[in-house]
Design a protein around this ligand. Structure first.
Ligand code: WTA
Length: 661
């Protein structure tokens, strides 16, 4: 579904900061050189990391699309993010600056500052614990279901020190979602907390884990971080408090970082696709860190005296790349918070900026639209002048949201962009590069492809579209950071990403290029929706609905929402003997929240007697979509529905009639 904000192609803004200003033609020339020699280009970036063993081949492309970057090279992510800095003056520099809920009279009760030296100690002890107490070793898998507390990055780094593959599950997902992921990953251990704070309420994480583990037999142990200090169920022999076990580990315990091959898995992250359950996206070590290193420098212009704040949750890829690995790789001070950006007062987020002197700020359109609702006075009463650079991510940014943040935090003079990327790509691929060159900004665009990335907009046949014509976003060259494969499903990896456009990486997004070569992604071209920037598959929501005893068939589509960008609505056919009612609609909504998680809340449930289908029995999604948004079907119908125009029109009329009953 495409959100299609109005696109003011020609409204250009140059930040007041005029360092490195280049015109866009010059940028394209430089860019062209980088993609003509993309292997050498990326090798140059990778050589800035510290390798135990140099690579033998920059890119092993002998078996496309299973690309191996820096094949033969050896490195360790934890070493690069922690040890390397702890050995230098950065030992006493704050690595993780954390503030939590509760907030009392505008002041957080707890603020933790962990230096690189302390991080080194902590990560080593946790790694030692995982290795000696739980016997975990390279190639084993664990699950992490933690709130936004420092233990989350610490556990991730400890696992990567050992080469233990981990998968973080967003703490807003339900027990069913957690169980599915633990089963698919065959996780041996889960690390969770006795609870998490979220806008003044306690999220009962351990109860959710207990529920999930009834269905996840591979998990033998649970480690529970004491966050709330409340009474929880602890199963003897299976569950232990993280702090209790850690206490048994010598204070100066160290573990040698495992020498990982560049193509070895760093982590796995589940994400929604078009069909089936969420799939495990596998990220490598060398390529991934190379892309993060480049993007931290070029896009965030990261400097040693910066406080870097990305408002995402580590449960999603943005947090993995731009809270944990990216900033720590650069030896930066990274800010982390838990709770909500607008609780207990709408200005929690601005007070965080002011309190900690945030310099580089990375947030999302949904967050910005949420702040806009409360009015600018909540921003202007704070001093945000420390912020010198901003970016947004996760969904298309509407020009109004862009202008608002640019005015109230950006003081209409600092660089501000909308970085495009996805879980699969590991890091940002389309963005302005204010750390290298300043090109004019345009409210709503993603900007040009970054160096070394050959991004393009193509038509159905894979041919480049002319400026202004909508098409599909593809990446034409192999690039470091990209997904290695889908866990246990290499065929599907090939088919989903590389089969549609003849060897190009297909992102699944609609996009348009303007005459300056800037790319504007417009939204997903498939059955994925972005709810408040969170990625959900409509198929997952449909399968959750049909598990309810009253539902026979269901179709879920996304509709535009003023704050969240998009929200799901459901069209439901009931089983015989069930009557449509508001009560049942509420029950189905509650059901889906329990099955998937609160982020999947339905905006509306329409009870219908029939769903429009093609002759091959596929639901005509564009028809359902058109009815849901109340638009004429012509605007959204495409041949993808494999139905004739008349059939589509008829189906549209029928469904509209039912819905307006
Ligand atoms: C969308 C999030 C427009 C896009 C990092 C993509 C964006 C999907 C932007 C991936 C942006 C991400 N402008 N759309 N700046 N950033 N998207 O895997 O549809 O959660 O395909 O990764 O988010 O979502 P994911």
């Amino acid at each position: 579904m495409s959100v299609n904000w109005a696109l003011p192609f020609d409204e250009k803004i140059l930040p007041e900061d005029k360092r490195n200003v280049v015109n866009i033609e010059t940028y394209h020339e430089i860019h062209k050189r980088s993609i003509n020699a993309f292997r050498d280009f990326w090798a140059g970036v990778a050589s800035e990391l510290e390798w135990y063993k140099p690579w033998e081949k920059v890119l092993d492309d002998s078996n496309p699309p299973f690309y191996k970057w820096f094949a033969g090279g050896e490195l360790n992510a934890c070493y690069l993010c922690v040890d390397r800095h702890a050995k230098t003056w950065r030992k006493n520099k704050v690595a993780i600056l954390w503030e939590g809920e509760p907030i009392e009279k505008g002041i957080p009760k707890e603020i933790r500052k962990i230096t690189y030296g302390e991080l080194y100690r902590l990560v080593n002890r946790v790694a030692y614990m995982l290795k000696t107490v739980y016997g975990l070793k390279k190639g084993d898998t664990i699950g992490i279901y933690l709130p936004m507390i420092p233990e989350l990055p610490i556990v991730m780094l400890a696992a990567s020190r050992l080469g233990v593959v981990y998968t973080v599950v967003f703490s807003g997902f339900s027990s069913d979602s957690l169980a599915d992921r633990m089963n698919d990953a065959e996780a041996k251990l889960v690390i969770t907390a006795d609870g998490g704070w979220r806008a003044g309420k306690i999220v009962p994480l351990k109860d959710i884990v207990d529920e999930a583990l009834k269905k996840s037999p591979t998990v033998k142990n649970v480690l529970v971080v004491k966050r709330i200090g409340n009474e929880i169920n602890m199963q003897k022999g299976r569950d232990q408090y993280f702090e209790d076990v850690l206490e048994t580990i010598p204070i100066n315990a160290t573990v040698e970082p495992e020498r990982m091959r560049s193509e070895d898995t760093l982590y796995m992250l589940y994400t929604s696709g078009t069909t089936g359950k969420p799939k495990g996206i596998i990220h490598d070590t060398g390529g991934y860190l190379t892309l993060l290193h480049g993007t931290m420098k070029w896009i965030f212009d990261i400097r040693d005296d910066d406080v870097f704040w990305c408002t995402a949750d580590i449960g999603w890829v943005t947090g993995h790349s731009y809270i944990v690995y990216g900033p720590l790789l650069e030896g930066a001070t990274v800010l982390m918070y838990d709770g909500s950006l607008t609780y207990p007062e709408p200005d929690r987020w601005v007070s965080i900026i002011e309190r900690h002197g945030v310099n580089v700020f990375y947030t999302s359109p949904t967050a910005i639209r949420g702040w806009m609702k409360f009015g600018p006075e909540w921003v202007t009463k704070h001093d945000t002048s420390s912020v010198r650079l901003m970016h947004s991510v996760g969904e298309p940014i509407n020009p109004e949201a862009f202008r608002w943040l640019y005015k109230y935090v950006g003081r209409e003079k600092i660089p501000f962009g909308s970085t495009w990327w996805m879980t699969e790509t590991g890091g940002i691929l389309i963005s302005h590069l204010p750390g290298l060159y300043l090109v004019p900004m345009k409210p709503g665009t993603n900007g040009p492809p970054i160096l070394g990335i050959d991004a393009d907009v193509v038509n159905e046949n894979g041919v480049s579209q002319s400026p202004g014509e909508r098409g599909y976003l593809v990446i034409k060259n192999p690039f470091p950071g990209n997904i290695m494969t889908l866990f246990k499903d290499p065929e599907r990896y090939k088919q989903v990403y590389y089969s549609r456009f003849n060897g190009y990486f297909y992102a699944g997004d609609y996009a348009v290029k303007d005459k300056d070569g800037y790319i504007w992604t417009l939204g997903r071209a498939d059955e994925v929706i972005k709810v408040a920037g969170h990625r959900l598959g409509t198929y997952e929501l449909e399968s959750a609905l049909i598990q309810h005893s009253s539902v026979s068939e269901a179709a879920v589509v996304g509709v535009p929402d003023e704050v969240k960008g998009e929200v799901p609505v459901a069209f439901v056919i009931l089983r015989q003997g069930n009557e449509p009612s508001e009560k049942l609609a509420n029950e189905l909504n509650l059901w889906i929240r329990q099955k998937v998680g609160p982020i999947a809340s339905l905006k509306n449930v329409f009870f219908v007697s029939k769903l429009p289908k093609t002759r091959s029995a596929k639901i005509m999604r564009r028809v359902v979509q058109a009815v849901a948004v109340g638009k004429p079907v012509g605007d959204v119908t495409t041949l993808e529905d494999q139905a004739s125009v008349d059939e589509v029109k008829k189906a549209y009329m029928e469904l509209t009639k039912e819905v307006s009953k």
